[in-house]
Design a protein around this ligand. Structure first.
Ligand SMILES: Nc1ncnc2c1ncn2[C@@H]1O[C@H](COP(=O)(O)OP(=O)(O)O)[C@@H](O)[C@H]1O
Ligand SMILES: O=C(O)c1ccc[n+]([C@@H]2O[C@H](COP(=O)([O-])O)[C@@H](O)[C@H]2O)c1
Length: 199
């Protein structure tokens, strides 16, 4: 069983990469951190004057850990209940059935009970200008109010990134400016190697 993961500054391309990986990898399930937002009326307004959509406290991280634990305990059952067709490995000589869980989110490495579960961690980055440009084209369930990116999103990203680096979380940094194909190829190759080295 393997649990890769990937994290990114918002709009760095993690959903895009995840969608490609789940098509390419066998028995691959996915958990999206966005599914663990607390209800809107529980998202507090912070000192920066904005609703704290980019704060860890706005996510139900314990529920997210429980979901990952459910996959760890019974990956086949998890896959079936999430509509994933369990298929045998296409490549030999992996001796046992492989199951993979991809976890994608923008705050995966600042909550130790979750961080500790991963076999492999990826961290996608894009520079400020590109991130802001991509974000301006996005439509979230709760639209961004004016000034959110500079007043909340980017400062929170820098804060959590610094915290993660202080904790020396072991992650492979990916350049989100690379092409979609290159990013998918790199991660796919690494996961393949990891699977074979385990066998
Ligand atoms: N490697 C890439 N190069 C250029 N644009 C990309 C790349 N990956 C994703 N995008 C674009 O960036 C935007 C955000 O991508 P998305 O995968 O939704 O990001 P995230 O899930 O990290 O917020 C989308 O418009 C997507 O098409
Ligand atoms: O998913 C939602 O309900 C939601 C509502 C409001 C805002 N968001 C934004 O979602 C961002 C994280 O998701 P992503 O895909 O951009 O990495 C984060 O920067 C939030 O500001 C997300």
């Amino acid at each position: 069983m393997e649990i890769p993961s990937e994290e990114v500054v918002t709009n760095g391309g993690k959903t895009t990469l995840t969608n490609r990986l789940i098509k390419a990898l066998p028995n691959c399930c996915v958990v999206h951190q966005d599914d663990f937002y607390k209800p809107q009326d529980q998202i507090e307004v912070g000192e920066d004057g904005f609703k704290q959509w980019d704060a860890l406290e706005s996510l139900d991280m314990d529920a997210m850990v429980s979901t990952v634990q459910a996959w760890i305990e019974e990956p086949r059952k998890f896959a079936r209940s999430h509509g994933v067709n369990v298929r045998p490995n296409s490549k030999e000589p992996v001796p046992e059935e492989i199951h993979i869980l991809v976890i994608e989110g923008f705050l995966l490495y600042n909550y130790k009970p979750l961080t500790d579960l991963f076999n492999k961690r990826y961290y996608l980055t894009v520079p400020y200008d590109e991130c802001k440009r991509r974000r301006s084209t996005r439509h979230y369930p709760i639209p961004d109010p004016p000034g959110l990116f500079d007043g909340h999103v980017w400062p929170m990203y820098l804060k959590y990134r610094k915290e993660m680096e202080t904790q020396e979380v072991d992650a492979v940094y990916l350049d989100g400016l690379k092409s979609r194909d290159d990013l998918c190829h790199q991660v796919f190759e690494e996961i393949q190697n990891m699977l074979f080295n385990c066998s």
